[in-house]
Design a protein around this ligand. Structure first.
Ligand code: AQP
Length: 356
């Protein structure tokens, strides 16, 4: 592998209904990261997906659909490593070691579990509870230095940093003894840098500006799907909830106007400008005019992606070959990490008795 100064990892769950929030908060930023001096790994996190029950046939289709979305958005599978999590066994293996490092009290504070488990917490899967530990393993199996995600993942990334630091502390002596430390207590795992930000770090529902745009929202009108056609995008934006005032001319005027703030943020992210720049142009405009411009921009950005996803989805063999190639390259990075972890923790590694 060529030596890069950064290692970027991120993932998307194949749970259907990929939406504008996933695109602006994550996938488009994955594409931008390819311009940096970085080895990028982009993972379809199917092990995470089954923390909530998935129809097996639908899951296969959704894994291929997320892969198609990555490629259609501009991720180059030669430049970046594109793969699905279940093809690389080191994710689950490292998650077990981390289960023995992470503390129950840490997981009990995770708000996403509370939201997703709902009132009947006793009926939630253990996988759903353990989700953030698996996410730490996803990132640290590659000793990733940077993780671009939406704002909803902030708490999980803080947990990843806590797990890395506790592993480094708990096994400090063994890390040095096995030649993996730098001798100055920096340790084996990096303290990963979350990359969260920009006007689309948290895209909100089109029906309720206080709730995140989400795949699982019962109302399809709450989100713009990456596969929506121009008519669907236009109808959803035109029906998006707003207040009756004109747009303000400064960002401060968006305070207390969640829906207006959301549409301005979406416009800014799609155009690659700031909210201030949007309001410099549209301050004083009525929503009807602004929504027209937003539809145009959203269709212009998303239509080519939807068309390319459709083309790619017609050739599942190609998608599967991309995933197989990516999984082999990912495993080539993760396997030495796991070998080192086994040495550090004190496991006796298998000696090969016969050549394969
Ligand atoms: N609304 C959002 N705004 C900005 N970023 C978002 N992300 C998700 N929703 C938004 C980011 O997209 C990446 C992939 O997310 P995921 O598929 O792994 O998981 P998720 O957060 O559970 O997705 P949803 O859409 O929110 O699904 P449900 O309905 O299950 O809750 C991540 O980087 C995430 O931050």
């Amino acid at each position: 592998m060529a030596a890069f100064s950064e290692l970027v990892f991120s993932g998307v769950q194949p749970t259907g209904n990929l939406h504008l929030g996933n695109y602006l908060g994550a996938i488009r930023r994955f594409v931008e990261m390819q311009a940096r001096d970085a080895q990028c790994l982009y993972c379809v996190v199917d092990l995470h997906a089954i923390t909530l029950w998935q129809d097996p046939e639908a899951l296969k289709a959704q894994i291929r659909e997320v892969t198609a979305a990555f490629l259609a958005a501009g991720i180059d599978p030669r430049r970046s490593i594109v793969f699905n999590q279940s093809q690389v066994p080191q994710h689950a293996e490292l998650a077990w070691v981390f289960n023995c490092v992470a503390r129950l009290g840490w997981l009990n504070r995770m708000t996403q579990f509370k939201d997703k488990a709902g009132k009947d917490r006793e009926a939630a899967s253990i996988g759903l509870y353990d989700y953030p530990v698996l996410m730490a393993a996803d990132i640290l199996a590659y000793r990733a230095t940077h993780v671009p995600v939406g704002e909803d993942q902030k708490q999980h990334l803080e947990l990843t940093r806590d797990i890395a630091q506790k592993f480094n502390t708990d096994f400090a002596g063994s890390i040095v003894a096995h030649g993996h430390g730098d001798g100055e207590g920096t340790g084996f795992f990096p303290v990963t840098e979350p990359l969260i930000g920009g006007p689309a770090a948290r895209v909100m529902s089109l029906r309720d500006g206080t709730r995140k745009m989400s795949k699982s929202d019962a109302s399809d009108n709450a989100r713009i799907n990456l596969t929506d056609d121009a008519d669907a995008i236009a109808s959803k934006v035109r029906r998006a909830k707003t207040d009756s005032d004109a747009l303000p001319s400064e960002v401060a005027g968006l305070a207390g106007r969640a829906e207006a703030d959301n549409l301005v943020g979406i416009f800014a992210a799609l155009k690659g400008i700031t909210r201030d720049a949007v309001l410099a142009e549209y301050g004083g405009a009525q929503f009807s005019a602004f929504k027209g411009a937003l539809v145009e921009l959203a269709v212009e950005t998303l239509s080519p992606i939807a068309a390319q996803m459709k083309r790619l989805s017609a050739d599942p063999g190609h998608i599967d070959a991309v995933l197989a190639d990516g999984s082999e390259r990912a495993e080539a990075i993760a396997a030495p990490t796991l070998d080192a972890v086994k040495d550090i923790v004190g496991f006796v590694r298998r000696t090969r008795l016969r050549s394969v």
